[in-house]
Design a binder for this molecule. Structure first.
Ligand SMILES: Cc1cc2nc3c(=O)[nH]c(=O)nc-3n(C[C@H](O)[C@H](O)[C@H](O)COP(=O)(O)OP(=O)(O)OC[C@H]3O[C@@H](n4cnc5c(N)ncnc54)[C@H](O)[C@@H]3O)c2cc1C
Length: 386
Protein backbone atom coordinates (compact mmCIF):
# COMPACT_ATOMS: atom_id res chain seq x y z
CA UNK A 1 0.00 0.00 0.00
CA UNK A 2 1.42 3.40 -1.02
CA UNK A 3 -0.54 6.56 -0.29
CA UNK A 4 1.92 8.91 -2.02
CA UNK A 5 1.39 10.69 -5.32
CA UNK A 6 3.93 9.85 -8.03
CA UNK A 7 6.65 12.37 -8.87
CA UNK A 8 4.77 13.36 -12.05
CA UNK A 9 1.48 13.85 -10.18
CA UNK A 10 3.19 15.93 -7.50
CA UNK A 11 4.93 18.08 -10.11
CA UNK A 12 1.67 18.61 -12.01
CA UNK A 13 -0.11 19.63 -8.83
CA UNK A 14 2.55 22.17 -7.87
CA UNK A 15 2.53 23.74 -11.33
CA UNK A 16 -1.28 23.83 -11.51
CA UNK A 17 -1.52 25.25 -8.01
CA UNK A 18 0.91 28.08 -8.84
CA UNK A 19 -0.81 28.89 -12.12
CA UNK A 20 -4.31 28.83 -10.67
CA UNK A 21 -3.36 30.75 -7.53
CA UNK A 22 -2.28 33.58 -9.83
CA UNK A 23 -5.88 33.67 -11.11
CA UNK A 24 -7.34 33.82 -7.58
CA UNK A 25 -7.80 37.62 -7.61
CA UNK A 26 -10.19 37.18 -10.57
CA UNK A 27 -12.47 34.81 -8.64
CA UNK A 28 -14.49 37.59 -6.99
CA UNK A 29 -14.92 39.40 -10.32
CA UNK A 30 -16.10 36.20 -12.02
CA UNK A 31 -18.61 35.64 -9.22
CA UNK A 32 -19.91 39.23 -9.23
CA UNK A 33 -20.12 39.67 -13.00
CA UNK A 34 -21.63 36.21 -13.59
CA UNK A 35 -20.39 36.38 -17.19
CA UNK A 36 -18.54 33.60 -19.00
CA UNK A 37 -14.84 34.32 -18.23
CA UNK A 38 -13.63 34.18 -21.84
CA UNK A 39 -10.15 35.65 -21.27
CA UNK A 40 -9.29 33.18 -18.49
CA UNK A 41 -10.89 30.36 -20.48
CA UNK A 42 -8.62 31.06 -23.46
CA UNK A 43 -5.57 31.35 -21.22
CA UNK A 44 -6.18 27.94 -19.65
CA UNK A 45 -6.66 26.49 -23.13
CA UNK A 46 -3.19 27.69 -24.10
CA UNK A 47 -1.80 25.92 -21.02
CA UNK A 48 -3.25 22.64 -22.29
CA UNK A 49 -5.57 21.83 -19.37
CA UNK A 50 -8.57 20.97 -21.56
CA UNK A 51 -6.70 18.05 -23.06
CA UNK A 52 -5.59 16.65 -19.72
CA UNK A 53 -7.19 13.24 -20.36
CA UNK A 54 -6.61 13.09 -24.13
CA UNK A 55 -3.53 11.76 -25.90
CA UNK A 56 -0.65 13.94 -27.05
CA UNK A 57 -1.38 13.20 -30.75
CA UNK A 58 -4.45 15.42 -30.57
CA UNK A 59 -2.90 18.07 -28.35
CA UNK A 60 -3.67 16.47 -25.00
CA UNK A 61 -1.56 15.71 -21.91
CA UNK A 62 -2.42 12.01 -21.66
CA UNK A 63 -2.64 12.29 -17.87
CA UNK A 64 -4.31 9.75 -15.58
CA UNK A 65 -7.51 10.18 -13.57
CA UNK A 66 -5.62 10.96 -10.35
CA UNK A 67 -3.96 13.91 -12.11
CA UNK A 68 -7.31 15.09 -13.47
CA UNK A 69 -8.73 14.91 -9.94
CA UNK A 70 -5.82 17.05 -8.70
CA UNK A 71 -6.61 19.64 -11.38
CA UNK A 72 -10.26 19.66 -10.30
CA UNK A 73 -9.19 20.13 -6.69
CA UNK A 74 -6.77 22.96 -7.44
CA UNK A 75 -9.18 24.89 -9.62
CA UNK A 76 -12.06 24.54 -7.13
CA UNK A 77 -9.83 26.09 -4.46
CA UNK A 78 -9.76 29.22 -6.58
CA UNK A 79 -13.12 29.58 -8.35
CA UNK A 80 -16.06 27.22 -8.67
CA UNK A 81 -17.42 29.16 -11.65
CA UNK A 82 -14.15 28.58 -13.46
CA UNK A 83 -14.01 24.97 -12.27
CA UNK A 84 -17.45 24.26 -13.76
CA UNK A 85 -16.42 25.74 -17.11
CA UNK A 86 -13.05 23.96 -17.23
CA UNK A 87 -14.26 20.51 -16.21
CA UNK A 88 -17.12 20.70 -18.73
CA UNK A 89 -14.51 21.36 -21.40
CA UNK A 90 -12.09 18.64 -20.24
CA UNK A 91 -14.64 15.90 -19.75
CA UNK A 92 -18.42 16.01 -20.25
CA UNK A 93 -18.47 18.33 -23.27
CA UNK A 94 -15.80 16.48 -25.24
CA UNK A 95 -15.71 12.85 -24.05
CA UNK A 96 -18.31 11.43 -26.47
CA UNK A 97 -16.65 13.06 -29.49
CA UNK A 98 -13.28 11.72 -28.41
CA UNK A 99 -14.60 8.16 -28.08
CA UNK A 100 -17.15 8.03 -30.89
CA UNK A 101 -16.68 11.04 -33.19
CA UNK A 102 -15.48 10.83 -36.79
CA UNK A 103 -12.07 12.26 -37.72
CA UNK A 104 -13.82 15.26 -39.28
CA UNK A 105 -15.81 15.92 -36.08
CA UNK A 106 -12.64 15.69 -34.02
CA UNK A 107 -10.89 18.17 -36.34
CA UNK A 108 -13.85 20.53 -36.26
CA UNK A 109 -14.84 20.31 -32.58
CA UNK A 110 -12.55 18.30 -30.29
CA UNK A 111 -9.14 19.67 -31.27
CA UNK A 112 -10.23 23.34 -31.20
CA UNK A 113 -11.94 22.63 -27.83
CA UNK A 114 -8.70 21.24 -26.41
CA UNK A 115 -6.96 24.45 -27.51
CA UNK A 116 -9.67 26.59 -25.92
CA UNK A 117 -10.82 27.92 -29.28
CA UNK A 118 -14.28 26.34 -29.12
CA UNK A 119 -16.61 25.88 -26.16
CA UNK A 120 -18.23 22.52 -25.39
CA UNK A 121 -21.14 21.31 -23.32
CA UNK A 122 -23.39 18.33 -22.67
CA UNK A 123 -27.18 18.29 -22.31
CA UNK A 124 -28.93 15.53 -20.35
CA UNK A 125 -31.31 17.43 -18.08
CA UNK A 126 -34.77 18.57 -19.19
CA UNK A 127 -37.33 20.90 -17.62
CA UNK A 128 -39.28 17.88 -16.30
CA UNK A 129 -36.53 15.35 -15.75
CA UNK A 130 -33.08 15.28 -14.12
CA UNK A 131 -32.13 12.18 -12.15
CA UNK A 132 -34.53 9.94 -14.04
CA UNK A 133 -32.79 9.84 -17.41
CA UNK A 134 -35.01 6.99 -18.57
CA UNK A 135 -37.80 9.60 -18.81
CA UNK A 136 -36.01 11.87 -21.26
CA UNK A 137 -38.50 13.29 -23.76
CA UNK A 138 -36.14 14.80 -26.31
CA UNK A 139 -36.63 12.64 -29.40
CA UNK A 140 -34.12 11.68 -32.08
CA UNK A 141 -36.05 10.36 -35.08
CA UNK A 142 -34.17 8.67 -37.92
CA UNK A 143 -35.08 10.09 -41.32
CA UNK A 144 -33.02 8.63 -44.16
CA UNK A 145 -29.39 9.43 -43.41
CA UNK A 146 -30.25 12.09 -40.84
CA UNK A 147 -31.67 12.35 -37.33
CA UNK A 148 -34.24 14.97 -36.39
CA UNK A 149 -33.93 16.17 -32.77
CA UNK A 150 -36.87 17.75 -30.97
CA UNK A 151 -37.04 18.69 -27.29
CA UNK A 152 -35.86 21.07 -24.59
CA UNK A 153 -32.89 20.87 -22.26
CA UNK A 154 -32.48 22.74 -18.98
CA UNK A 155 -29.62 23.79 -16.73
CA UNK A 156 -26.98 23.47 -19.43
CA UNK A 157 -23.59 24.77 -18.30
CA UNK A 158 -21.94 26.97 -20.99
CA UNK A 159 -25.29 26.77 -22.81
CA UNK A 160 -25.35 30.45 -23.85
CA UNK A 161 -21.85 30.33 -25.34
CA UNK A 162 -21.29 26.72 -26.46
CA UNK A 163 -20.07 26.05 -30.01
CA UNK A 164 -21.23 22.45 -29.86
CA UNK A 165 -23.27 20.25 -27.57
CA UNK A 166 -23.58 16.52 -26.94
CA UNK A 167 -27.33 16.01 -26.59
CA UNK A 168 -28.92 13.05 -24.83
CA UNK A 169 -32.08 12.04 -26.72
CA UNK A 170 -34.19 8.94 -27.03
CA UNK A 171 -34.64 6.99 -30.24
CA UNK A 172 -37.35 4.90 -28.55
CA UNK A 173 -39.06 6.23 -25.38
CA UNK A 174 -40.66 2.82 -24.68
CA UNK A 175 -37.19 1.39 -24.03
CA UNK A 176 -36.51 4.07 -21.41
CA UNK A 177 -32.74 4.07 -20.68
CA UNK A 178 -32.23 1.47 -23.43
CA UNK A 179 -33.42 4.03 -26.00
CA UNK A 180 -30.90 6.65 -24.90
CA UNK A 181 -28.42 7.98 -27.47
CA UNK A 182 -25.97 10.88 -27.69
CA UNK A 183 -25.91 13.30 -30.62
CA UNK A 184 -23.54 16.04 -31.67
CA UNK A 185 -25.28 19.33 -32.47
CA UNK A 186 -23.22 22.33 -33.57
CA UNK A 187 -24.07 25.99 -33.12
CA UNK A 188 -25.78 27.39 -36.19
CA UNK A 189 -27.61 24.15 -37.03
CA UNK A 190 -31.15 25.18 -38.04
CA UNK A 191 -33.66 24.33 -35.29
CA UNK A 192 -31.09 24.69 -32.47
CA UNK A 193 -31.36 27.78 -30.26
CA UNK A 194 -30.55 29.00 -26.76
CA UNK A 195 -33.50 29.77 -24.47
CA UNK A 196 -33.60 31.56 -21.14
CA UNK A 197 -30.46 31.96 -19.02
CA UNK A 198 -30.94 30.70 -15.46
CA UNK A 199 -29.78 33.05 -12.69
CA UNK A 200 -28.24 31.18 -9.77
CA UNK A 201 -26.26 31.70 -6.57
CA UNK A 202 -23.55 29.06 -7.14
CA UNK A 203 -20.74 28.64 -9.66
CA UNK A 204 -21.48 32.04 -11.09
CA UNK A 205 -19.65 32.74 -14.33
CA UNK A 206 -20.47 29.23 -15.52
CA UNK A 207 -23.69 30.33 -17.19
CA UNK A 208 -26.52 27.85 -17.43
CA UNK A 209 -29.35 28.04 -19.91
CA UNK A 210 -32.19 26.25 -21.57
CA UNK A 211 -31.43 24.78 -25.02
CA UNK A 212 -34.18 24.29 -27.58
CA UNK A 213 -34.18 21.72 -30.40
CA UNK A 214 -37.04 22.26 -32.79
CA UNK A 215 -36.85 19.77 -35.64
CA UNK A 216 -33.07 20.11 -35.63
CA UNK A 217 -31.71 17.93 -38.46
CA UNK A 218 -28.22 16.48 -38.15
CA UNK A 219 -26.33 13.91 -40.25
CA UNK A 220 -26.47 10.29 -39.05
CA UNK A 221 -22.74 10.28 -38.23
CA UNK A 222 -23.56 12.75 -35.42
CA UNK A 223 -24.94 9.80 -33.44
CA UNK A 224 -22.08 9.44 -30.92
CA UNK A 225 -21.89 5.85 -29.77
CA UNK A 226 -23.52 2.59 -30.63
CA UNK A 227 -27.25 1.94 -30.89
CA UNK A 228 -28.56 0.34 -27.68
CA UNK A 229 -25.31 1.03 -25.79
CA UNK A 230 -26.41 4.38 -24.31
CA UNK A 231 -26.58 3.11 -20.69
CA UNK A 232 -23.09 1.57 -20.99
CA UNK A 233 -21.61 4.82 -22.38
CA UNK A 234 -23.41 6.75 -19.67
CA UNK A 235 -22.10 4.57 -16.83
CA UNK A 236 -18.57 4.86 -18.09
CA UNK A 237 -18.55 8.65 -18.15
CA UNK A 238 -20.46 8.89 -14.84
CA UNK A 239 -17.61 7.10 -13.04
CA UNK A 240 -15.19 9.80 -14.16
CA UNK A 241 -17.65 12.67 -13.61
CA UNK A 242 -18.29 11.57 -10.02
CA UNK A 243 -14.60 11.21 -9.25
CA UNK A 244 -13.88 14.64 -10.76
CA UNK A 245 -16.70 16.27 -8.76
CA UNK A 246 -15.32 14.62 -5.62
CA UNK A 247 -12.08 16.47 -6.48
CA UNK A 248 -14.01 19.74 -6.76
CA UNK A 249 -15.56 19.11 -3.34
CA UNK A 250 -12.14 18.45 -1.85
CA UNK A 251 -10.71 21.67 -3.29
CA UNK A 252 -13.60 23.73 -1.99
CA UNK A 253 -13.40 22.10 1.46
CA UNK A 254 -9.70 22.90 1.66
CA UNK A 255 -10.18 26.53 0.62
CA UNK A 256 -12.99 27.01 3.18
CA UNK A 257 -11.04 25.25 5.90
CA UNK A 258 -7.93 27.39 5.33
CA UNK A 259 -10.08 30.53 5.67
CA UNK A 260 -11.66 29.14 8.87
CA UNK A 261 -8.31 28.27 10.46
CA UNK A 262 -6.90 31.72 9.68
CA UNK A 263 -9.91 33.49 11.15
CA UNK A 264 -9.99 31.25 14.25
CA UNK A 265 -6.35 32.15 14.88
CA UNK A 266 -6.91 35.92 14.50
CA UNK A 267 -10.35 36.80 15.84
CA UNK A 268 -10.51 37.48 19.57
CA UNK A 269 -13.45 37.23 21.98
CA UNK A 270 -13.47 37.26 25.77
CA UNK A 271 -9.76 38.13 25.70
CA UNK A 272 -8.72 35.01 23.74
CA UNK A 273 -8.51 33.93 20.12
CA UNK A 274 -11.69 32.08 19.23
CA UNK A 275 -9.60 29.09 18.12
CA UNK A 276 -8.78 28.48 21.78
CA UNK A 277 -12.44 27.71 22.62
CA UNK A 278 -13.17 24.01 22.79
CA UNK A 279 -16.38 24.33 20.78
CA UNK A 280 -14.47 25.95 17.91
CA UNK A 281 -11.78 23.27 18.22
CA UNK A 282 -14.47 20.60 17.94
CA UNK A 283 -15.45 22.13 14.60
CA UNK A 284 -11.81 22.18 13.50
CA UNK A 285 -11.27 18.52 14.43
CA UNK A 286 -14.48 17.44 12.71
CA UNK A 287 -13.65 19.35 9.53
CA UNK A 288 -10.05 18.09 9.41
CA UNK A 289 -11.23 14.50 9.82
CA UNK A 290 -13.95 14.75 7.17
CA UNK A 291 -11.61 16.43 4.69
CA UNK A 292 -9.04 13.67 5.17
CA UNK A 293 -11.72 11.04 4.66
CA UNK A 294 -12.86 12.85 1.47
CA UNK A 295 -9.29 12.88 0.26
CA UNK A 296 -8.87 9.13 0.77
CA UNK A 297 -12.17 8.28 -0.92
CA UNK A 298 -11.51 10.65 -3.83
CA UNK A 299 -7.94 9.61 -4.62
CA UNK A 300 -8.85 5.96 -4.13
CA UNK A 301 -11.69 6.17 -6.67
CA UNK A 302 -9.36 7.91 -9.15
CA UNK A 303 -6.58 5.39 -8.53
CA UNK A 304 -9.00 2.49 -9.03
CA UNK A 305 -10.10 3.98 -12.35
CA UNK A 306 -6.47 4.28 -13.42
CA UNK A 307 -5.87 0.65 -12.53
CA UNK A 308 -8.74 -0.36 -14.85
CA UNK A 309 -11.05 -1.62 -12.08
CA UNK A 310 -14.79 -0.96 -12.01
CA UNK A 311 -15.38 2.17 -9.92
CA UNK A 312 -19.18 2.43 -9.76
CA UNK A 313 -19.63 2.31 -6.02
CA UNK A 314 -16.30 3.91 -5.09
CA UNK A 315 -16.87 6.90 -7.36
CA UNK A 316 -20.40 7.30 -5.96
CA UNK A 317 -19.09 7.19 -2.37
CA UNK A 318 -16.30 9.66 -3.16
CA UNK A 319 -18.70 12.12 -4.81
CA UNK A 320 -21.31 11.82 -2.08
CA UNK A 321 -18.92 12.15 0.85
CA UNK A 322 -16.69 14.83 -0.61
CA UNK A 323 -19.55 17.10 -1.73
CA UNK A 324 -21.49 16.73 1.51
CA UNK A 325 -18.25 17.51 3.34
CA UNK A 326 -17.76 20.63 1.21
CA UNK A 327 -21.25 21.81 2.28
CA UNK A 328 -20.54 20.94 5.92
CA UNK A 329 -17.16 22.68 5.99
CA UNK A 330 -18.39 25.80 4.18
CA UNK A 331 -21.26 26.02 6.69
CA UNK A 332 -19.01 25.57 9.75
CA UNK A 333 -16.52 28.11 8.45
CA UNK A 334 -19.19 30.77 7.94
CA UNK A 335 -20.26 30.17 11.56
CA UNK A 336 -16.65 30.59 12.72
CA UNK A 337 -16.65 33.94 10.92
CA UNK A 338 -19.71 35.10 12.86
CA UNK A 339 -21.44 37.99 11.05
CA UNK A 340 -18.50 38.29 8.65
CA UNK A 341 -19.45 34.85 7.34
CA UNK A 342 -22.14 36.50 5.24
CA UNK A 343 -20.19 39.68 4.40
CA UNK A 344 -19.53 40.11 0.70
CA UNK A 345 -15.93 41.17 1.37
CA UNK A 346 -15.03 37.71 2.72
CA UNK A 347 -14.79 34.75 0.34
CA UNK A 348 -16.45 32.32 2.76
CA UNK A 349 -19.96 33.38 1.68
CA UNK A 350 -18.95 32.44 -1.88
CA UNK A 351 -17.67 29.05 -0.69
CA UNK A 352 -20.96 28.53 1.14
CA UNK A 353 -22.96 29.29 -2.02
CA UNK A 354 -20.63 27.35 -4.33
CA UNK A 355 -20.74 24.18 -2.23
CA UNK A 356 -24.41 23.74 -3.19
CA UNK A 357 -23.46 23.51 -6.88
CA UNK A 358 -21.72 20.19 -6.19
CA UNK A 359 -24.83 18.42 -4.95
CA UNK A 360 -26.64 17.79 -8.24
CA UNK A 361 -24.55 16.97 -11.32
CA UNK A 362 -23.32 13.36 -11.54
CA UNK A 363 -26.14 12.24 -9.23
CA UNK A 364 -27.78 13.86 -6.22
CA UNK A 365 -26.86 12.59 -2.75
CA UNK A 366 -30.14 10.66 -2.57
CA UNK A 367 -29.49 8.94 -5.91
CA UNK A 368 -25.90 8.12 -4.93
CA UNK A 369 -27.01 6.62 -1.60
CA UNK A 370 -29.49 4.47 -3.51
CA UNK A 371 -26.74 3.25 -5.87
CA UNK A 372 -24.33 2.54 -3.03
CA UNK A 373 -26.96 0.58 -1.10
CA UNK A 374 -28.02 -1.35 -4.20
CA UNK A 375 -24.44 -2.33 -5.04
CA UNK A 376 -23.70 -3.29 -1.43
CA UNK A 377 -26.82 -5.43 -1.18
CA UNK A 378 -26.08 -7.10 -4.50
CA UNK A 379 -22.56 -8.05 -3.41
CA UNK A 380 -23.49 -9.20 0.07
CA UNK A 381 -26.92 -10.75 -0.36
CA UNK A 382 -27.09 -12.30 -3.81
CA UNK A 383 -30.61 -13.52 -3.23
CA UNK A 384 -31.97 -10.14 -2.14
CA UNK A 385 -34.71 -8.66 -4.25
CA UNK A 386 -33.50 -5.14 -5.04
C1 LIG B 1 -25.40 24.78 -11.72
C2 LIG B 1 -25.89 23.57 -12.44
C3 LIG B 1 -25.32 23.19 -13.64
C4 LIG B 1 -25.81 22.10 -14.34
N1 LIG B 1 -25.26 21.78 -15.54
C5 LIG B 1 -25.80 20.77 -16.28
C6 LIG B 1 -25.33 20.49 -17.59
O1 LIG B 1 -24.39 21.11 -18.09
N2 LIG B 1 -25.94 19.50 -18.30
C7 LIG B 1 -26.97 18.77 -17.79
O2 LIG B 1 -27.46 17.90 -18.48
N3 LIG B 1 -27.44 19.02 -16.55
C8 LIG B 1 -26.89 20.00 -15.78
N4 LIG B 1 -27.37 20.26 -14.52
C9 LIG B 1 -28.51 19.50 -14.02
C10 LIG B 1 -28.15 18.42 -13.04
O3 LIG B 1 -27.49 17.37 -13.69
C11 LIG B 1 -29.47 17.99 -12.38
O4 LIG B 1 -29.79 19.03 -11.47
C12 LIG B 1 -29.39 16.67 -11.67
O5 LIG B 1 -29.30 15.62 -12.57
C13 LIG B 1 -30.62 16.43 -10.76
O6 LIG B 1 -31.79 16.60 -11.48
P1 LIG B 1 -32.95 17.62 -10.96
O7 LIG B 1 -32.31 18.87 -10.50
O8 LIG B 1 -33.94 17.70 -12.05
O9 LIG B 1 -33.56 16.93 -9.69
P2 LIG B 1 -34.68 15.73 -9.63
O10 LIG B 1 -34.18 14.54 -10.35
O11 LIG B 1 -35.98 16.31 -10.05
O12 LIG B 1 -34.69 15.47 -8.09
C14 LIG B 1 -35.33 16.34 -7.15
C15 LIG B 1 -35.12 15.76 -5.75
O13 LIG B 1 -35.70 14.43 -5.69
C16 LIG B 1 -34.71 13.50 -5.29
N5 LIG B 1 -34.92 12.22 -5.99
C17 LIG B 1 -35.11 12.00 -7.32
N6 LIG B 1 -35.21 10.68 -7.57
C18 LIG B 1 -35.07 10.05 -6.37
C19 LIG B 1 -35.05 8.69 -5.96
N7 LIG B 1 -35.18 7.69 -6.84
N8 LIG B 1 -34.86 8.42 -4.66
C20 LIG B 1 -34.71 9.42 -3.75
N9 LIG B 1 -34.71 10.73 -4.07
C21 LIG B 1 -34.87 11.04 -5.36
C22 LIG B 1 -33.37 14.13 -5.70
O14 LIG B 1 -32.30 13.59 -4.97
C23 LIG B 1 -33.64 15.60 -5.38
O15 LIG B 1 -33.50 15.79 -4.00
C24 LIG B 1 -26.87 21.33 -13.78
C25 LIG B 1 -27.42 21.69 -12.55
C26 LIG B 1 -26.94 22.80 -11.88
C27 LIG B 1 -27.56 23.17 -10.56
Amino acid sequence: MDFRLTETQRFFREQASQTLTRLAPKAEDIDRADEFPLDVFRKLGKLGYYGIRYPAEIGGMGADCVTFTLLAEEIARVSMGLAAVVTMQCLMGTDFIYHFGTEAQKERCLIPAIRGEKIATIAFTEPDCGSDLGSIRTRAVKDGRTYVITGRKMWITNGPVADFVTVAATTDPAKRLGGLGFFLVEKGTPGFSVGQKIGKISARGANTAELIFDGCRIPEENFLGREGKGPEHLNNILGEIRTMIAGLGLGLSKASFAAGLKYAGEREAFGRTIGSFELIQEKIAEMEMRIKASEFLTYYAAWLRDSGASTGKEAAMAKLYSTETACFVADEVTRIHGAYGIAEEFPVQRYFRDARFLLFGGGTSEILKTLIARDTLKRNRPSAVI
